[in-house]
Design a protein around this ligand. Structure first.
Ligand code: ATP
Ligand code: MG
Length: 357
């Protein structure tokens, strides 16, 4: 038996723990939330803050390796653990991904274009289109962001920044053709596996749907995520969110962990991103990232559907996270794998209709 410690016990921790069961990998999660977290269904839960010394000592003592399911964890805790047990990805990788500014600087250093740096001419355009002021740390699902219209004044920027707790940065609003992401993994010995690039549809800053693989021709995002993983000496799964603009890519953000836009891999790929992450951090060989067919994922947000209505749809896979319903909260997702793209689209439309009630 291999024991993996995970900081975070949300739905990502739950799906990691589930993926570990057949491989003989058991997971122990640290989760500060008072209620039993989603991961409790499949993992042992240490109910404690991420900097609780007793919980960290227990992880170091019992686990073969420690990983994360959320990047907003204290880097000091990871550094303390890393002196006692392998921590994958390492504390420096998590530090780089946790601060939007550090992340943008990393992209710039590697020559990866973004909405704030590297392409001044594009940046000027974007600010003319509008500006998004974002919290540098701790944001998710579009929280901690304020959008301003075209050519916002300096006073508007200051007022937006004042609405946000902590340091922030301003990004040009990108009039993208579509949003893409690429999920990949790197093993302890430097082998890489890249899933097909997918298209993501957001509303109000929240991911609603993923189409896998992304329809039509896609710019090469695989080489970009490989460059990032190698530069950071990353081990585990990494996701890179991108904007496609006139056939070119702008990097939005990276996540050094399993990602919502990779949930389709559970049924839609030969090896799921969750199994892949455990393989990578445990020092096992990576699995085949090939798709099994055209897949789609629809997030369940805010309200849970009647499970039997979803499960009555041919080929629909329902994943429920065991979370209390709350407005704008990700409560689950539904995946479909089609025999062809049209079949996938039809199945997604049916899922959408059921989720809309
Ligand atoms: P998550 O962690 O859920 O991915 P987040 O809170 O970290 O989200 P971002 O990924 O930065 O936030 O933004 C959420 C969404 O808002 C993006 O996927 C995109 O749809 C939109 N968005 C963010 N930045 C920009 C931008 N510069 N131009 C246009 N749209 C943007
Ligand atoms: Mg994002």
């Amino acid at each position: 038996m291999t024991t993996v410690g995970i900081l975070g016990g949300g739905q990502l921790g739950r799906m990691l723990a589930v993926a570990g069961v057949p491989m003989g990998v058991r997971c122990v999660v640290v989760e500060p939330a008072a209620d039993p977290p989603p991961a409790a269904a499949a993992a042992e839960v240490l109910s404690a803050e991420y900097d609780d010394s007793r919980a960290l000592e227990e992880l170091a003592r019992r686990c073969d390796v420690v990983t994360i399911e959320v990047e907003h964890v204290p880097v000091e805790s990871l550094a303390w653990l890393a002196e006692r047990v392998p921590v994958r990805p390492g504390p420096e990788v998590v530090a780089a991904a946790q601060d939007r500014w550090a992340e943008k600087q990393l992209f710039a250093r590697l020559g990866i274009p973004t909405a704030v740096s590297g392409r001044p001419e594009l940046m000027a355009d974007a600010f003319a289109e509008g500006t998004i002021v974002k919290r540098r740390t701790g944001g998710f699902d579009g929280r901690g962001q304020v959008r301003l219209g075209p050519s916002a004044s300096h006073a508007d920027l200051l007022a937006a920044a004042a609405q946000i707790t902590g340091p922030c940065l301003a990004e040009g609003l990108v009039r993208f053709d579509r949003e893409l992401s690429v999920v990949a993994a790197r093993s302890c010995d430097g082998a890489v596996a890249v899933y097909p690039v997918v298209e993501n549809r957001h509303r109000d800053g929240i991911l609603r749907e993923t189409i896998a693989p992304a329809p039509g021709a896609t710019p090469d995002a695989g080489s970009v995520v490989i460059r990032l993983m190698e530069a950071l000496d990353h081990v585990g799964v990494m996701a890179l969110e991108l904007f496609e603009v006139a056939g070119a890519l702008l990097a939005n953000e990276l996540a050094p962990r399993v990602h919502n836009s990779g949930h389709w891999t559970i049924e839609g790929a030969v090896t799921s991103q969750f199994e892949q992450h455990l393989r990578a951090v445990c020092g096992l060989p990576l699995g085949d990232p090939s798709p099994r067919g055209p897949s789609g994922m629809v997030n369940v947000i805010g309200v849970e559907p009647d499970p039997s209505a979803v499960l009555a749809l041919p080929g629909a896979h329902l994943h429920r996270y065991g979370k209390a319903a709350r407005r704008e909260r990700k409560l689950g997702h539904v995946t479909v794998v089609g025999v062809d793209a049209q079949d996938r689209d039809d199945r997604m439309a049916a899922v959408r209709r059921v989720l809309a009630g």
